[in-house]
Write a protein that binds this ligand. Structure first.
Ligand code: ZN
Length: 423
């Protein structure tokens, strides 16, 4: 089946300026053509093609959020606990909330009792709609008090041999990448974000084990020493990177080696901006202390040419799945140009995941994941998180989420179509 979309502006996710009067043609799951209507080899008159007039709307690639936790739903104290059958449904529900918000791919960097792998299977085989899931499995950590707090998420490992074993377990379970807790965490009560947790021999063993199996590595790291250790051991992405600004030479090293920074500013802003008072004082205090560090680190890294990818850390207090794209607005507020912020959730995010051959841009041969918007997001990035502004979401060539009033051909619907509801 071929589908031809006409009469829209195309922001293709490569960084090129928006194209007015564009055409995009999909065959099966893939893009056959994306570009100017005047240059398209496929025209609305072509026989055997379903034509969709988008009425002057705007099309962008499906967004990629490279840092979420599907088991968490924004609980004010960051404590998410449920029996496994219930938690599996929570994970599915959050995958659907992301998809209906135009986040067609999410990378979960700390799951829950391996339940996310079951959910990934049910999404991949088409049983349920949901974002494409790229999974780390458990968060590999030294023994510390975060482990009992996030009992289904952590895999404690001490010493090089045990760290290697923990990596092998994640791969056995179906992990796409490996996540290490290299420093302390904000959302662990006695966690010291600046403190390095793994010793060099442990992290080196874990990362080389992951690389042996071709897995990319995400490093949770706030403190500069921990970031440096992770970069030197070969991590691909630095999650948070809060105190990176303290070490200019390290910033230059990340830029040279192409190590991505995912600044996760939304996780701090939801806490710092909360007026309801539901968030525990210890979380508030820690977040307030470091939010400006996180912003400064992003600004300096961006200026130095460090590749940046979007990660909302959806799951943390009042940081709800489906509102992820607000992270792009915060990135812009920290100094990124609107187009560069959008790239952080399209081409750059795909590259951070090693999936840039398939995802992240609207170009011939790529998977047809796309979002149709009412307005140009570059004029106001907050519009990306406004559900009223999302007309439809297409995943793998099929309409996967739709406004209740949209008038799109049923032939294009996925097996299960979500309704985009503004909250
Ligand atoms: Zn996280």
């Amino acid at each position: 089946m071929r589908t031809l979309f006409t009469n829209f502006s195309l922001i293709d996710g490569t960084g090129k300026e928006p194209l007015q009067d564009a055409t995009l043609v999909i065959e099966g799951k893939n893009i056959l053509y994306a570009g100017l209507s005047s240059q398209s080899p496929y025209q609305p008159e072509t026989t055997g093609i379903i034509k969709v007039d988008l009425g002057g709307r705007v099309m962008i690639p499906g967004l990629i959020d490279a840092h979420v936790h599907l088991a968490g739903s924004g609980e004010p104290d960051s404590y998410f606990m449920a029996p496994d059958p219930e938690m599996e449904l929570v994970i599915l529900k959050n995958a659907q909330r992301n998809l209906a918000a135009g986040i067609t791919t999410v990378r979960d960097v700390g799951g829950w009792n391996e339940l996310e792998f079951h959910v990934r299977k049910s999404i991949d085989d088409g049983t349920f709609s949901g974002s494409r899931l790229i999974l780390a499995g458990r968060f590999i950590s030294i023994t510390e008090s975060g482990a009992p707090y996030y009992a289904g998420m952590y895999r404690e490992a001490n010493g090089a041999d045990e760290v290697r074993k923990a990596v092998r377990e994640q791969i056995k379970n179906g992990a796409d990448l490996i996540k290490f807790g290299v420093t302390g965490a904000v959302l662990v009560k006695d966690g010291i974000p600046g403190a390095t947790h793994f010793n060099a021999d442990e992290l080196k063993a874990g990362i080389s084990e992951a690389k042996k199996f071709g897995k990319r590595v995400a490093a949770h790291a706030h403190g500069a020493n921990g970031i440096r250790l992770a970069v030197e051991c070969g991590a691909n992405t630095i999650e948070h990177g809060t105190f990176l600004h303290q070490d200019q030479e390290l910033i230059a090293l990340m830029a040279r080696n192409g190590v991505f920074l995912l600044p996760t500013l939304q996780a701090g802003w939801t806490v710092v901006n909360d007026k309801s008072g539901v968030i525990p004082a210890w979380i508030r205090k820690k977040s307030e202390q470091i939010q400006q560090d996180a912003i400064l680190s992003l600004r300096l890294a961006y200026q130095a040419g460090v590749p940046i990818a979007m990660g909302s850390d959806a799951a943390t207090p009042l940081n709800f799945h489906g509102e992820n794209a607000i992270e792009l607005y915060w990135m812009h507020q920290a100094g990124m140009k609107p187009m560069d912020a959008l790239l952080a959730a399209t081409y750059s995010a795909a590259k951070a995941l090693g999936l840039q051959e398939k995802l992240g841009t609207l170009e011939k041969g790529k998977i047809a994941d796309l979002v149709i918007l009412e307005t140009n997001p570059l004029a106001d990035l907050r519009s990306l998180a406004d559900k009223k502004n999302i007309y439809a979401v297409v995943k793998e060539g099929r309409i996967a989420a739709i406004q209740p009033n949209s008038n799109l051909p049923g032939k294009l619907f996925a097996q299960q179509v979500l309704t985009i509801l503004s909250q």
